[in-house]
Design a protein around this ligand. Structure first.
Ligand code: CTP
Length: 453
C-alpha cells in the first residue's frame, strides 16, 4: 500500500475497499516443510501441527538423518498428508518425480532445521536425495532455520556456505539463537523457536521474500511506560507492546536494522529474538534512548503508549494507604510529548509514523491529532472495538498521510497491519539507503547491517 498513490480517501469522498490480506495469512497456503538431520527436528511436529490448525496445506519431506530423529508417522498425522522420504523419490507408479512434484506444489517452503550437510549440499548444487533435489527444483521462497552445535556453526566451511546462501534469491534466513544446546553447550546454534518460525512464515505469506528495507535503520518505540507514585504504585496503561514488536519483526525480515525502545512488555519473549532491544520503564528513560538513537534512524515508528502524567517529585518511601488520596490528586505534571520532540529534532529526510489511540468517533479526533503532532503518517486505532487495541491479536483503523489522505484499514492480524504500515512508510521519500549489501549475513542472519560496527 502506498499512501501517496490513488486509493486514498479524499476528504468527503467514499472510502475505497481496503487492500487487505485474508484473516489468517497462512490459511490456504501450501507449505512444504523440509526437515534435515539436527536434533531440533523434534520441534517440527509442533510447527506442522500449528500450520495445519491455521488452515495451511502442509506436506513434509525428511532426509534419512532426520528420519532417525523425528517420526514420519507423527508428521504425516499432524499434516493430514503423507510424509515423503528418500525411498519415495522415484517410483514406477508415479507420473512425475516426487522432488519436482513437491517443488512445484509449494507456495512457501520451511527448511528447518537446516543441518551443516544439507546446507553444504544446497550451496554446492548437489541433488543427492529428496530434500536436496527439491531445494534445487524449487522456485518458491524458502525460510531457512539452521540448528547445530556452536563449534560446527562457527566452523569456517559452514560460515562460508551460510554466507553463500544469503546471496540466493528467495531465501529468508532465520539464524540460530544463543542458548542451551542438546550437546550441553551454551552458545549460538539453537534453532529459532516454533513461534518465531510461524511468525516468519506469516510475514513471508504477507509480504514475500524481498528485502525492501535493506540498508535502512528503523527505530520503533512500543509498550507502556510507568510513572511511579511511590515504590509500590504506578500510573501506566494496558498496552502489551505487541503491535510495535510485530512491526519491528516485519521490518527485520524485510532487511532493516531495527532498534526497539520498549517499556515493560507482555509479549512472548520469543518474538523479541533478533531485535536490538533498549528496555526502559519511565517516559524520561524512553526519551533519553530515543534522543540517542534518533540521528541514525531513517524512519521512526512511535507505537509506545506513553503514560500521561508523572510525579513532580519522586518518593523513595512507600506512602501509607490513608495518605493516598491527596497524593493522587496533587503533585503530578504532564509528561512531555516525546513524538513532538522527535518531530522537532528530526534530520532532513527522516520519516516519522505516530500512533493514535481513541475511543468513540476516531476519525475527527485523529485528524486533529495528526495536525497537532506534525508527523508524516498517523495510524489511528480504536481501543473500544473487539478487533483492535490493547492486547488484541488484531488491529484496524485509519492511516492519515500527506495531502489529507486517509486510508481505512479493516480488521486484520497485527502482523498484516504492520506490513501495511511499513509499505506506507516506504512509499514516502526516504533518505537513500546505505550501501549495505542486501544479503550479507550478520551474526543473527536476519538483519545484515546489524553486524556493522
Ligand atoms: N506520545 C508521545 N508522548 C506522550 C504521549 C504520546 O510521544 N507523552 C505519542 C504516542 O507514542 C503516539 C502519539 O503520541 O505515537 C499519540 O499518542 P496518544 O496516546 O494517542 O495521544 P496523546 O498525545 O497522549 O493525547 P490524548 O491522550 O489526549 O489523545
Amino acid at each position: 500500500m502506498r499512501i501517496e498513490s490513488g486509493g486514498g480517501t479524499e476528504p468527503g469522498g467514499a472510502a475505497p475497499a481496503p487492500l487487505l490480506p485474508p484473516a489468517d495469512p497462512l490459511a490456504g497456503q501450501r507449505v512444504l516443510v523440509l526437515i534435515s538431520g539436527s536434533i531440533a527436528a523434534v520441534k517440527l511436529p509442533l510447527v506442522v501441527s500449528a500450520l495445519a490448525a491455521r488452515g495451511a496445506e502442509v506436506r513434509c519431506a525428511l532426509t534419512p538423518s532426520a528420519e532417525r530423529l523425528v517420526s514420519p508417522v507423527a508428521l504425516a498425522s499432524l499434516a493430514r498428508r503423507p510424509c515423503a522420504l528418500d525411498d519415495d523419490q522415484w517410483s514406477h507408479q508415479a507420473a512425475r518425480p516426487l522432488h519436482i512434484e513437491l517443488a512445484e506444489w509449494a507456495d512457501l517452503v520451511l527448511l528447518a532445521p537446516l543441518s551443516a550437510t544439507t546446507l553444504g549440499r544446497w550451496v554446492h548444487g548437489l541433488a543427492d536425495g529428496l530434500v536436496a533435489s527439491t531445494l534445487l527444483a524449487c522456485e518458491a521462497p524458502v525460510l531457512v532455520a539452521p540448528a547445530m552445535n556452536t563449534a560446527m556453526w562457527e566452523a569456517v566451511p559452514v560460515r562460508r556456505n551460510w554466507q553463500a546462501l544469503q546471496t540466493f534469491e528467495r531465501v529468508v534466513p532465520v539464524a540460530p539463537a544463543h542458548g542451551l544446546l542438546a550437546c550441553d553447550r551454551r552458545g549460538e546454534g539453537r534453532m529459532a523457536e516454533p513461534e518465531r518460525l510461524l511468525l516468519a512464515l506469516e510475514s513471508l505469506a504477507l509480504h514475500g521474500w524481498r528485502r525492501d528495507w535493506a540498508g535502512r535503520r528503523l527505530l520503533v518505540s512500543t509498550g507502556p511506560t510507568r510513572e511511579f507514585l511511590d515504590p509500590a504504585r504506578c500510573l501506566t496503561n494496558p498496552s502489551t507492546g505487541r503491535m510495535g514488536v510485530l512491526l519491528a519483526q516485519a521490518a527485520l525480515q524485510r532487511g532493516a536494522t531495527v532498534d526497539v525502545v520498549h517499556g515493560p512488555l507482555t509479549v512472548d519473549p520469543v518474538l523479541l529474538e533478533g531485535l536490538r532491544r533498549h528496555p526502559v520503564v519511565t517516559a524520561a528513560e524512553m526519551e533519553r534512548q530515543l534522543v540517542d538513537l534518533q540521528p541514525a534512524a531513517d524512519a521512526i515508528v512511535m507505537a509506545a503508549a506513553v503514560a500521561d502524567h508523572r510525579r513532580v517529585e519522586a518518593r523513595l518511601d512507600k506512602l501509607p494507604k490513608q495518605d493516598l488520596q491527596p497524593a493522587l490528586s496533587g503533585g503530578w505534571e504532564p509528561v512531555p510529548d516525546l513524538l513532538a520532540g522527535l518531530v522537532a529534532r528530526r534530520p532532513a529526510g527522516q520519516r516519522i509514523l505516530g500512533f493514535a489511540a481513541h475511543s468513540g468517533d476516531v476519525l475527527p479526533q485523529a485528524r486533529a491529532k495528526f495536525a497537532r503532532k506534525g508527523c508524516d503518517l498517523l495510524f489511528a486505532n480504536p481501543i473500544d472495538q473487539p478487533a483492535a487495541g490493547f492486547g488484541s491479536p488484531f488491529n484496524q483503523g485509519w492511516l492519515l498521510g500527506p495531502g489529507e489522505r486517509i486510508e481505512p484499514i479493516a480488521p486484520a492480524p497485527k502482523l498484516a497491519v504492520a506490513h501495511l504500515l511499513l509499505d506506507a512508510l516506504a512509499g514516502l521519500p526516504l533518505r537513500p539507503p546505505a550501501a549495505a549489501p542486501p544479503h550479507r549475513p550478520a551474526a543473527d542472519g536476519m538483519h545484515p547491517a546489524a553486524a556493522d560496527p
